[in-house]
Design a protein around this ligand. Structure first.
Ligand code: MG
Length: 373
């Protein structure tokens, strides 16, 4: 199963209006897709993210020359070699090779991984809550309201990018709107220290619809997470930027976390991602994959979640949700799959079970122009 061709598709979209979180504004969305073809004509798609010129040169001058002639069945060795050069490119390549191997075995990805435990996975509507306007709270509430009208019953909004007072004002208004009937996660993107996070405790413990508090502090402050967890009545979640499974171990073994959130694109390949998810389960911990950047990565998160043994026997609680990007992003629709009333049906056809929307890919091809993310 020799690789004979790699086609790349760098995609760029300039947002009509910036949006953001505590990490700053997003003015562009980008996507770097690629298609690996074998001598027998079997194709597999991969996806990664970085500045597009970096990926273009990296693929053209190093990664593609290395891939040509490789045997796809040496997936782990290939991924290990490429991750030394570019971790996220290696992750995308692990996706493409997994698809090719599944197709060659006449299997769906879930079948290849031992079978899906469930064929529907819940999704939560994920927002970037800040916009560069005085009216940002109103804009945020309107976006959440639109998601509720589409049938979502779980949402995630941002905190940590404004003063505590302003963020609390936003969340109070949101809670009034939700009437505590819809689950809500608050994501601070590692904005606070322990004493600042503590200012949220009274409110968080008062509400009964908080799905989790996400990354209030830097994820390496394990001791502070353990202290905070003992004071909170809502779950603590995090880990989207951790690359290796072993980076989760201290959080898990020292009781610092309730829900781990590995990201397909940030882990060292889809195999490593699944390993991390199983690690969480082995500690009896919930797993909710983070997947904001990239529709293909999100599809693999969906497959991985479907193949993860249920967390609990409690009705309605046995499957943790995956993230669904609700913001202006045309690349969300490159893969023709969407939640219906907050639930996604896991594709069961050959390979990834879906066709990439190649017309959309071609419509957003990056023209090589300079841009700053
Ligand atoms: Mg987050």
């Amino acid at each position: 199963m020799e690789i004979v061709k790699v086609d790349t598709f760098p995609l760029l979209y300039e947002l009509r209006e910036p949006y953001g979180d505590a990490n700053g504004w997003k003015k562009y969305r980008t996507c770097f897709l690629f298609r690996i073809t074998t001598k027998d004509g079997v194709e597999g798609w991969g996806e990664c993210i970085d500045l597009l010129p970096t990926l273009k040169i990296g693929f053209e001058e190093r990664i593609i020359p290395y891939l040509i002639g490789q045997n796809v069945y040496n997936r782990l060795e290939i991924v290990k070699t490429i991750k030394k050069w570019h971790q996220r490119a290696a992750t995308g390549i692990s996706m493409a090779l997994t698809e090719i191997i599944a197709k060659n075995a006449n299997l769906n990805i879930c079948d290849l991984w031992g079978g899906a435990w469930k064929n529907k996975i819940p999704a939560y509507a994920s927002f970037q809550s800040y916009t560069p306007t005085q009216e940002w709270q109103k804009v945020s509430l309107n976006r959440v309201q639109a998601a509720l009208e589409q049938g979502y019953d779980k949402v995630k909004v941002k905190i940590g990018g404004k003063s505590i007072k302003e963020d609390m004002d936003h969340i109070e208004k949101l809670q009034d709107m939700l009437e505590q009937k819809v689950l809500v996660a608050l994501d601070a993107n590692e904005s606070y220290d322990l004493s600042t996070t503590k200012q949220w405790i009274t409110k968080l413990n008062k509400w009964n619809n908080v799905m989790w508090l996400e990354e209030p502090m830097s994820m390496d402050q394990v001791n502070d997470y353990t202290i905070l967890r003992s004071m909170l009545e809502v779950p603590l979640a995090g880990g989207e930027n951790l690359i290796k499974s072993n980076q989760f171990i201290s959080l898990l073994s020292e009781g610092g976390i309730d829900i781990i959130q590995p990201d397909t694109m940030h882990q060292e390949g889809i195999d490593q991602m699944r390993h991390t998810m199983h690690l969480g389960r082995s500690f009896g911990i919930r797993v909710s994959p983070h997947c904001f950047d990239g529709a293909l990565s999100r599809l693999y998160a969906l497959f991985a979640q479907a193949c993860l043994e249920p967390w609990s026997k409690m009705e309605g609680e046995e499957v943790e949700p995956i993230e669904w990007d609700m913001m202006d992003n045309p690349f969300s629709e490159i893969i023709p799959i969407k939640p219906r009333r907050g639930q996604i049906t896991v594709p069961s056809e050959l390979g990834i079970g879906l066709e990439i929307d190649i017309e959309r890919v071609e419509a957003f091809q990056w023209d090589g122009r300079h841009y700053i993310e």
